[in-house]
Design a protein around this ligand. Structure first.
Ligand SMILES: [Zn+2]
Length: 338
């Protein structure tokens, strides 16, 4: 699951990017201008097989997209962004999968970044991170950051909760390959895949952050948000899933202090019922503080507001483990009252 997909108006024609926007990023000790372009491609290869339990990004893909459309989408996107120091190019799958981004299109994007002296970040599943693909990338542009959606370092969670279609070992191999070509690694760590209680989810994310830190220049903590058409949405509609509390997000970040590398977290849909949320009163303070922390790496910016809902969160942590199950009681009772 990618970070930061909530911004910008969505477009639906094949020759315009899905979205493009500017944001801030912490790079080499300072806060710089970054740009995001989301390209519409034929979609994630894993989605075409069966897909991950929480990922609904395939609604942004289309089998009708032609290679030359991707070139036009990129040109439109970067024109809108103007000058940036850091460019993030997302597809709904893997930039290195040639059936999504053709060789020619990939070269155009890399040359654009080489000419502008721009760091390029793209996402890929581990199976496409090979000596061959990376060799061809860094021969054109070598200021590269590869985002790997590890989600969890626990193979059981990867298999049974997420259906990720790869193991921790596959991720380790891809990260080592990236480093051997001089590329940096950004690892996405998921918070609260389905079938885990809130406290199990916190523990799984903390373990994953520690395991991934050894192989990452950046750790990106991504709390699950309930996306349309996913297994997670089905569970959520049946009261059997609640996206994580923002207290849990803070807990994972706090436990990860001191790990090597940069830590970023900008919860997609944060503060809303489908995204990571608390009671509604303390959400904005925490979300703003997470954003500020992400672009400065200054831990003193993390907000810990005084709010009664932290007691409810603590009770949920205990209660769920006692009943060995997870459900969204808060939302259930709120709807009953409404
Ligand atoms: Zn609260």
């Amino acid at each position: 699951m990618s970070e930061r997909r909530s911004k910008g108006a969505r477009r639906s024609d094949a020759t315009s990017p899905v979205a493009a926007w500017k944001e801030k990023e912490y790079l080499n000790g300072k806060t710089v201008d970054a740009g995001v372009v989301i390209l519409r491609t034929s979609g994630c290869s894993h989605f075409h097989r069966d897909g991950c339990s929480m990922c609904g990004y395939n609604v942004e893909s289309s089998c009708d997209v032609k290679p030359e459309d991707v070139t036009k989408q990129f040109a439109t996107g970067v024109q809108k962004l103007g000058q940036v120091d850091f460019l993030k190019v997302y597809t709904s799958g893997s930039f290195l999968d040639e059936s999504e981004v053709g060789k020619e299109q990939r070269e155009t994007i890399l040359k654009h970044c080489e000419d502008g002296g721009t760091r390029l970040l793209f996402e890929s599943r581990p199976e496409y991170v090979t000596d061959e693909t990376l060799g061809s990338v860094v021969s054109i542009h070598d200021d590269i950051e590869i985002a790997l959606g590890l989600e969890s370092s626990n193979d059981n969670v990867l298999r049974y909760s997420i259906n990720k279609g790869f193991t921790f070992k596959d991720y380790e191999r891809a990260a080592a390959t990236a480093h051997s070509h001089g590329a940096d690694v950004r690892t996405y760590v998921l918070l609260k895949p389905p079938f885990l209680s809130e406290s199990e989810a916190i523990a799984d994310s903390i373990t994953t952050m520690r395991a991934a830190a050894k192989m990452s220049e950046t750790l990106s903590l991504n709390p699950v948000n309930v996306q349309k058409g996913t297994l997670v949405e089905k569970l959520w509609k049946g009261w059997a899933y609640r996206s994580p509390w923002l207290w849990s997000v803070l807990e994972v970040i706090k436990a990860s202090e001191g790990l090597s590398g940069k830590i970023v977290c900008d919860p997609t849909g944060g503060g809303k019922e489908r995204g990571a949320h608390n009671c509604g009163k303390c959400d904005d303070v925490i979300i703003d503080s997470l954003k500020s922390y992400s672009i400065t790496q200054d831990a003193s910016r993390l907000g810990w507001p005084e709010c009664g809902c932290s007691e409810i969160w603590r009770s949920v942590l205990e209660l769920e483990d006692y009943v060995m199950g997870s459900c969204d009681l808060q939302r259930f009772f709120r709807k009953q009252r409404a």
